[in-house]
Every structure is written in structure tokens, then in C-alpha cells.
Design a protein around this ligand. Structure first.
Ligand SMILES: Cc1ncc(COP(=O)(O)O)c(C=O)c1O
Length: 368
């Protein structure tokens, strides 16, 4: 990340100086400019900046005005924020298992989880690839429930519905959310997030909710949040957004390098691709056949100087905070198995082909 920023340093410094000079630290002009530019990049979507990706999920759900206790279907394999937002609002997270190959929501499991109390489905585009938006959009429409897209990890990915319909991740559902946490594909230098929608009225409502429920200062229509993207972060994000297409292509090239090195390694599965979605490779996550192999391999890679991560080591229903939901071990077998067998390899736009080859060679040798 430091190397990535080094190349942008003059432009980042200039952005910082401009904000310092303006002293417009809250809701300064860069916030609106960034929202417009990101919206243009996403094919004309309304972008409502907010304080972080978790707030974005909270605000998206608040905008649905669901009754207390309404059910929100979320993947059993995701970052906790997806559930946390629903739980904090007094809504009930209902888990649905995921596909073993794409790691994303299994529409059949979602269908089985739908009840008359369901208010929303939250699709997470995990690791950079779209969930099955065609099936989920159809399900949501058929049952009259909202589709929220947690797009914290797949900003810039697209999904092809048909020969003449392609859409950006986050711009399909009722509301999309994203995060600018520093390690995200578009990361700021602190916390940040945004809401995405194609509906002007929804955008206005989200803007109001993110700003204490007011559209006019000191006139509060709704109970809202104080959830604003700092001007400074917006100014820095404007610089980094210009680099996003280049960085995405670089991530995809790294992924292609890993694919070539790992495709035939026994007991190892490279990330499966849904042919309808592009993949922006927030993570390059392999799957091992055996849990023990995964842990041995992670230790071996660490000894060779290769950092890896396990996203996520524990499924959400096994987290003590969510014990109240009453799920048992064994209820979400795919998510549970993934927690034991996935491993995310190093990936960032500046990773060199030699470094990819080095990691590939270690894995080839270890699993031969
Ligand atoms: C899938 C997913 N949802 C939500 C979030 C929450 O974003 P933030 O950390 O900006 O609150 C993250 C990132 O951490 C994430 O990966």
C-alpha cells in the first residue's frame, strides 16, 4: 500500500493541501465531486458518501423502513458487518448457505430461507466477484423484498444479465453499499464508505439519513446517523479513483499469473469464475481439499516469507455475538467447510510476476 501511495504522492499532497487551505473539513466540495466521479465510473449511479461500509449497510437497511423484527437474509460466509447492521437495527439476520465454488449466496438456499417476514436479501459480492445477481434479483422481485448489495469487495465488477444488459455491482439492487477501508480496491487513508442507487428519490433519502435525518440544516425529518465521508478522504479518493481501472487490470493480471501456476496443482482449487461476472480480485482465494493441508500450507508459506490470510476463520453463526440466533454447527455445511479450507494469497496491483511465480512454485512443490 505504501508503494502504491508513493507513486501518487504529489497528487495526494496537493489534494491534502487544498483541503487544508479551504478548511471545509465536513461536506466540502470534494465530497460531491468524488460522488459525481464515482457515479460516472459506475455508469451513472447515484453515490451517497458516508463514514464507512458498515454504516452504509446500516443506512441501506434504514432506508427500507422495515418493521421491527423483519428478517434479512444474509450469506452464512461473509464479514460480520453484513449481519451487524441488521442486528443493530432490531432486524433478524437469517443465514443462507453459499456456493462452494464462488463463495457467494446460493439462490436455492435464499429461496428456502424466504418467509412472509423477509424484508430484504443482502447479497455480498465476496472477494471481488458478483453474486448470482440474475437469480437474486428475480427472487427479490417475485417475493416483493428489497435486494441490498454489499459491494465492499467488488467495486468496479460487472454482471452480464443478457446480451444487452450488463450492470455494475452495487447498481442492481434497491441499494448497493461499499467501503473505502484502506485495504479495499479503492481505499482511502482511514475509514470511508458509500451508498449506490439508480433511484434519485432513494439517493435523496439516503443522503438525508446519513446526515442526521435532515435535508435542511436543523430540520430533521427522520432519525438518522452522523455518517459523513470527510472532505479530506473524498479529496484523496478522487486521486485514487483515477488509478482504479489500472489497479483492477493489474490485480486481474496477478490472478491470471496465479491461475497459470496453480491450475493443475493437486488438492488445490483456484477461484471459480462465474462467466457472467467480471472479477476484480479484492482477494485471490484458493481452496484446499483438506483442512489440515490448509493450515500446514499457511505455516509453510509463512516460513518462506509469504503472508496469507484466512477470510474468514469462523462462520458467522459460530460467533458468540450471534449465538442468540439459535443456529447450530452443521447447519451451514458449505460455509463451515470454507472457513476450514480457504486461503487468500497475497494480491495487490504492484505484485510482480516473479513474486507470483515464487508463491506458485512453493505451492506446487508443497502439494506435489
Ligand atoms: C463484505 C464487507 N462488508 C462490509 C464491510 C464493512 O466495511 P467498513 O470496514 O468500511 O465498515 C467490509 C469491510 O471491512 C466487508 O468486507
Amino acid at each position: 500500500m505504501a508503494a502504491e501511495h508513493a507513486a501518487l504522492q504529489p497528487a495526494l499532497n496537493e489534494a491534502l493541501q487544498d483541503v487544508l487551505a479551504s478548511a471545509a473539513f465536513i461536506q466540502g466540495p470534494a465530497v460531491g465531486q468524488f460522488a459525481t466521479e464515482l457515479g460516472e465510473y459506475l455508469g451513472g449511479t447515484y453515490v451517497v458518501p458516508c463514514a464507512n461500509g458498515t454504516d452504509a449497510l446500516t443506512l441501506a437497511l434504514m432506508s427500507l423502513e422495515l418493521p421491527a423484527g423483519a428478517e434479512v437474509i444474509v450469506p452464512a460466509f461473509t464479514y460480520v458487518a453484513t449481519l451487524e447492521a441488521a442486528a443493530l437495527l432490531g432486524l433478524r439476520p437469517v443465514l443462507a448457505d453459499v456456493h462452494p465454488d464462488t463463495f457467494n449466496l446460493d439462490p436455492a438456499a435464499v429461496e428456502a430461507a424466504l418467509t412472509p417476514r423477509t424484508g430484504a436479501i443482502v447479497a455480498v459480492h465476496l472477494f471481488g466477484q458478483c453474486a448470482d445477481l440474475a437469480a437474486l434479483r428475480t427472487l427479490a422481485a417475485r417475493h416483493g423484498v428489497a435486494l441490498i448489495e454489499d459491494n465492499a469487495q467488488a467495486l468496479g465488477a460487472t454482471f452480464q444479465f443478457s446480451a444487452d444488459e450488463t450492470a455494475f455491482a452495487g447498481a442492481v439492487g434497491t441499494v448497493g453499499t461499499t467501503s473505502f477501508f484502506p485495504s479495499k480496491n479503492l481505499g482511502c487513508l482511514g475509514d470511508g464508505g458509500a451508498l449506490l442507487t439508480c433511484n434519485a428519490d432513494r439517493a435523496a433519502l439516503l443522503r438525508q439519513l446519513a446526515n442526521h435525518g435532515q435535508s435542511r440544516k436543523y430540520h430533521h425529518q427522520r432519525i438518522g446517523l452522523n455518517s459523513r465521508l470527510d472532505t479530506l478522504q473524498a479529496a484523496l479518493l478522487r486521486v485514487k479513483l483515477r488509478q482504479l481501472p489500472i489497479n483492477t487490470a493489474a490485480r486481474q493480471a496477478v490472478a491470471a499469473g496465479y491461475d497459470a501456476a496453480l491450475a493443475t496443482v493437486p488438492g488445490l482449487h483456484i477461484p471459480a469464475r462465474d462467466a457472467r461476472s467480471t472479477h476484480v480480485f479484492h482477494q485471490y482465494t484458493i481452496r484446499l481439499d483438506e483442512p489440515r493441508r490448509r493450515d500446514d500450507l499457511q505455516n509453510h508459506l509463512r516460513r518462506c516469507g509469504v503472508p496469507t490470510m484466512i477470510y474468514y476463520p469462523l462462520p458467522v453463526h459460530a460467533q458468540p455475538a450471534y449465538a442468540y440466533l439459535g443456529y447450530r454447527a452443521g447447519q451451514f455445511p458449505v460455509a463451515e467447510r470454507l472457513c476450514e479450507t480457504v486461503l487468500s494469497l497475497p494480491i495487490h496491483p504492484l505484485l510482480l510476476a516473479e513474486q507470483v511465480a515464487y508463491v506458485g512454485a512453493i505451492l506446487q512443490q508443497a502439494l506435489a
